[in-house]
Design a protein around this ligand. Structure first.
Ligand code: LMR
Length: 403
């Protein structure tokens, strides 16, 4: 059986991570996968997560029972509260349907599957993703048989957001298309629209009655401020149009492997919310049955305790400010080396990644000659940099650009 099977390509991001692990050169640098590292290059258990996990495990009610199909209620409610704080009337009006997911990927999957079955299969709508985007966005929507189109997000020549190109597509796409938007800290470019640009985009999306799905994987991690990073989706929420939000706690709580996330749907009213809840629960039951418990318990402990919540905000600032220091250091080193080109984009960008502008050949050069591991599109995970390796990385980039 299965003799005709076509072998699938390994995932490019995870493959780089594996190649890094195999490399025995002491100067190797891992800038592949988007996961935070401390200044010693080590994974960081957030101090607040350490405290919360002790509280969770000491709880006399702690056990390994199943979660409800929709997930841990204390977690999903608190997750909605931090997301929609400026629009808390939506919670009071019981218009937010929140289903715990297998992190952001699971939220994206459940949203895509629901929209495929209940919307795209009926009206033929395509989903528009940014070019470029996190690669799984494309393959995941393709896996539920929704046609994938793109909007031209990255203006490579000027190394900026292609606002005009994006607006053109939003205006010309067939009415009722699906638009997937990165709510903050765009992956892979690190470039977000300005608030004025967001407002114009929302006008176009609303005028064309497009269905919007926000993906938010970096709330608080990007700027160090939870409310600033959720500004765009809260601005959109003012319109009263229904929409989806895929929320991950992988990066902002460092709960990568615990798969902690939530899918939210903001409904027109509580009746639609209730119906949506029932249908999303059916999808959940048929895919994962019920979601993972441990990370949700930790997140709920943090979000539900004012003292831990404050400490979490402190931990978020620790991560985002270290990344910003590395941005400045890398740019300054390249400027000091007089590396051809301009490098301000490194400090203008935000979040986990910098889109360096290096070509695939230059990326290859850096890997072969300097043992740097990062995506062929020139994306570096900023968290891979630290005070011991940033000058080495700058030297490698300088050499690559001059070669
Ligand atoms: C990334 O883009 O590196 C992260 O979001 C991790 C992943 O799952 O790809």
């Amino acid at each position: 059986g299965f003799d005709e099977l076509i072998e699938a390509q390994p995932d490019a991001i995870f493959k780089l991570n594996a190649l890094y692990n195999q490399d025995e050169d002491p100067s190797k640098v891992n800038m592949s996968i988007g996961a935070y590292r401390d200044n010693n290059g080590k994974p960081w258990i957030l101090p607040v997560v350490k405290k919360a996990s002790e509280i969770v495990e000491k709880d006399p009610n702690y056990n390994h029972e199943y979660m409800p199909i929709a997930g841990f209620g204390q977690f999903t409610k608190a997750a909605a509260e931090i997301l929609f704080k400026p629009n808390d009337h939506l919670l009071k009006e019981d218009r937010i349907c929140s289903i715990q997911s297998v992190s952001g990927t699971g939220a994206n999957f459940s949203a895509a599957r629901f929209i495929a079955e209940q919307y795209a299969q009926k009206n033929g709508a395509a989903v528009y993703i940014s070019n470029p985007t996190w690669p799984v966005h494309r393959t995941l929507w393709e896996s539920v048989n929704v046609k994938v189109e793109t909007y031209p997000y990255w203006d490579a020549k000027n190394r900026r957001f292609d606002f005009e190109g994006t607006m053109d597509v939003m205006k010309s796409a067939p009415e009722g298309s699906i638009f997937l938007l990165h709510a903050c800290a765009h992956n892979p470019t690190g470039i977000d629209p300005t608030r004025e640009q967001w407002k114009s985009m929302f006008e176009a999306l609303l005028a064309r009655k497009h269905l919007v799905v926000f993906d938010i994987a970096y709330q608080g991690f990007a700027s160090g401020d939870l409310d600033r990073d959720s500004w765009a989706l809260n601005e959109f929420a003012k319109s009263n149009k229904d929409f989806f939000v895929c929320q991950s706690f992988a990066k902002n709580m460092g709960l990568y492997g615990e798969r902690t996330g939530c899918l939210h749907y903001v409904a027109k009213n509580s009746t639609v919310k209730r119906k949506m809840q029932s249908v999303l629960c059916l999808i959940q039951r048929n895919t994962i049955s019920n979601p993972p418990a441990y990370g949700a318990r930790i997140a709920a402990a943090i979000l539900g305790n004012p003292e831990l919540f404050e400490q979490w905000k402190e931990d978020l600032r620790t991560m985002s400010s270290r990344i910003n220091e590395m941005r400045s250091h890398l740019r300054d080193s390249l400027v000091a080396l007089k590396t051809p080109g301009t490098w301000d984009h490194i400090t203008d960008q935000i979040g986990m990644f910098s889109f360096t502008g290096l070509t695939p050949a230059q990326v290859q050069f850096c890997q072969e000659k300097y043992h740097l591991y990062f995506s062929a599109n020139g994306r570096i995970s900023m968290a891979g940099l630290n005070s011991s390796n940033v000058d080495h990385v700058a030297k490698a980039f300088d050499h690559a650009v001059r070669s």
